[in-house]
Design a protein around this ligand. Sequence first.
Ligand code: NDP
Length: 290
Amino acid sequence: MKPTAFAGLGAMGFPMAAHLARQGQTLVWNRTAATAEAHAAQYGTQAQQSLEGLARADLIVTCLPTSQEVWEVMRVLGPHLQPGTVWLDCTSGHPSSAREQAEWLRQYGADFLDAPVSGGTAGASAGTLTVMVGGDPAVLERVQPRLAFAQKVVHVGEEGAGFSVKAINNTLLAANLWAAGEGLAALALAGVDLGAALEVINASSGRSNATENLIPQRVLTREFPATFALGLLTKDIGIGLDLAQSGKAATPLLAQVGGLFRAATTVTGPQQDHTAALKLIEQLNGVQLG
Ligand code: NDP
């Protein structure tokens, strides 16, 4: 079997590439080369100094902040690819970029799958990510057994469909998080104990991942561990709203969420954990959650 390559060893990519290494020869590249060297030392992968060094692989996996950075990497590496190579992009990217990148790679005989992931850094470490894939199902079938970081792989449609589903999923995450934050601020101002309130909500119909996990573990504890940057979530909501706009969908609630998270990102900072968006709700209400 030819090697697998991974470009982008960030919060997600570093543990994802470690799972690939359990299956066979894995080449890794990172913009900051020291990270690739550290990965090689820890997991027995082969750090590449240049992007071109990844071209011996027949499966290239990328996990970069946005489709913009994927284009930067693709324009350097693409012309060196062997025909038949599959480029699996795990970035939470833009559906229109997926279609353009798939078209661009075809000139080098390579196939593109948009394959963003959910499950967070904990899921990446455990190898239990969900992957939502857009593109040719026959191409996915060829590479699916090699996706050792995944617990669930779902083909969701044509090129761009994976990015579309991911963007809407994350827009829903943001909506749930914000709504729960506002509700808890109202309860705090009314003098209700938030731990007790969450115990009830999580046994009732108002619960969500935000109330069950994110808020108790990250907000009430004041830890806000930066595993998923607020700036990246706000980027995802923007993609979700672009999707709604291009389909002429009526999504006034989601548009509101976009504005709120843009404001929270400006006030709190894009590098903060996404749950730090609730600090803006705290400011608006003059109350601390937890
Ligand atoms: P990080 O910021 O932790 O990592 C980003 C990676 O991209 C780093 O390896 C960084 O390299 C590299 N990079 C940044 N800019 C460039 C560039 N111009 N050229 C080449 N490489 C570049 O991000 P995450 O791992 O958190 O996120 C990656 C993707 O996964 C995003 O699309 C995000 O939305 C998505 N995602 C994130 C989740 C999470 O919980 N964190 C969950 C699910 C999806 P360097 O080390 O040099 O900075």
